[in-house]
Design a protein around this ligand. Sequence first.
Ligand code: CMP
Length: 139
Amino acid sequence: MNGNITFSMIKPDAVGNHYIGQILAQMTEAGFQIKAMKLTELTVNQARAFYAVHKDRPFYNDLVEFMTSGPVVALLLEKENAVEDFRTLIGSTDPSKADKGTIREKYAESIQNNAVHGSDSNENAIIESDFFFSKLERV
Ligand code: CMP
């Protein structure tokens, strides 16, 4: 499965704006299979740990506050070339720069409230999936 999985989250902005259904449909129509999924709320410590790589960035505290502001949908997705294809599907981090028809172009509010997360490497896809899902929670 190495190289064929990615981790995603539907973030609090998109959950609050009632976009879960449309976003899941766009993911599955693009060929991604859902291997694990949960609706959950991150604690401050969990959000800080998940985004620890950004801890020295000026937006880190605001990002943690945003990511703990409401529920998220965590997803383990499978597809050939999953990481790269998923990043193409979601579009640029900044929705104003995202290609037309991408998930962020359609559903994101801002560079921070950008609707979805997608892993940036195969290594991080495994780390991030393990952060959220036990073996028992995966099909
Ligand atoms: P994500 O792909 O989940 O990875 C890190 C997150 O930090 C990113 O999406 C945004 O939510 C947020 N982020 C990245 N760059 C900025 C920025 N310049 N200003 C505010 N938030 C950002």
